[in-house]
Design a protein around this ligand. Sequence first.
Ligand code: TPP
Length: 413
Amino acid sequence: MTVVEHQGQTDAPRPAPPPHWRPRTDPVPLLPDAEPYRLLGVAAAPAKPGARRTKASAKKSPAAAADPALLRRLYAELVRGRRYNAQATALTRQGRLAVYPSTTGQEAAEIAAALVLQDQDWLFPSYRDTLAVVARGVDPLETLTLLRGDKHTGYDPHATRVAPLSTPLATHLPHAVGLAHAARLRGDDVVALAMCGDGGTSEGDFHEALNFAAVWQAPVVFLVQNNGYAISVPLDKQTAAPSLAHKAVGYGMPGRLVDGNDVLALHEVLGEAVLRARTGGGPTLVEAVTYRLDAHTNADDATRYREAEEVEVWRAHDPVRLLERELLALGILDEDAIDAERERAEEFAAGLRARLNADADPHPEELFAHVYATPTPHLAEQAEQLRAEREAEAEGAAHDDAATHDDERESGR
Ligand SMILES: Cc1ncc(C[n+]2csc(CCOP(=O)(O)OP(=O)(O)O)c2C)c(N)n1
């Protein structure tokens, strides 16, 4: 296409642009890494095809500089998380859970998200993020209560500083921004970390949340777990952006692209983002490139939209094995320590199983208890209606019992 200048305008002096025409900030420092950021296995990769990885080369890896206690903790949480996913999925097959969205393959992002927060911070999870919630310290049984279908949430969000698992996509992101902004106005040292999937980034709430977070410089970290699919919809049907992390630049916040299976890289990047938020630097968008090895939920058939070969490629990049290999090479773990960790995870799963195999006995009227801080008149009316119906039922049952008793007496039985 040829651009033709309007006649008579070519030599006219151009007015200086008003301030809102100029870039408000240099976009280049906000751009994400060209490749997903990695720490595990970096120096350990063979220099030449066929070259063997040695202990010495592993020692040069960035993991060698990390705190061994942190590395052990990350490993323990990954092993427990993997077992938790398997146990929860098994419980759906036994009818003990209504549904379970597994994070098998995504454990690194879940664990890193929980571990970078301080006690006073808030986590805003999506329905998939039960593992992050458990790693944050919420009772694992209570984490599953919503998925069992017993109660709205299952844990007290204020006691744990974990917002309820959000089933509607991305609706919790503006909540995280609002909470963080309010905390900052009050002078409270609070950071909110909000999690969503790649599909969640197509929701209006995602964009509104990022926009206001940047405008207000709210202390928020957004973590997108890009596992390639929103149920069956692949990423290229969600976005034309170079990466999800690039979206940050349009809002005026930094974007980071991280290997979502590298727990150490995630811990570093999320930790930096949390510190930045805490010290007044504003929000960050972190995209973790990962993969859900299990189906979307136990109710989904993933073979209808993805090839087995694709799953195998990701299985070879397993987050638990990735850290395990590095720690073995560094001498931070040995086979006995690995067995001990697996044993601990088994005990954890057995405890969870036993507790979930006990029938829950929720009170029907509790359904109305935690919907609003002040119940609406409509809700109060419904609660009253249910109470009256249950009372009438109980009276009816008592009356029937008494009548049966009288009949039996009269007939001499
Ligand atoms: C507002 C809204 N729209 C649609 C749905 C139905 N839904 C449930 S999960 C899902 C896909 C989500 O994919 P993604 O955000 O990538 O997260 P993932 O499940 O992969 O972790 C959809 C569309 C929903 N829960 N909420």
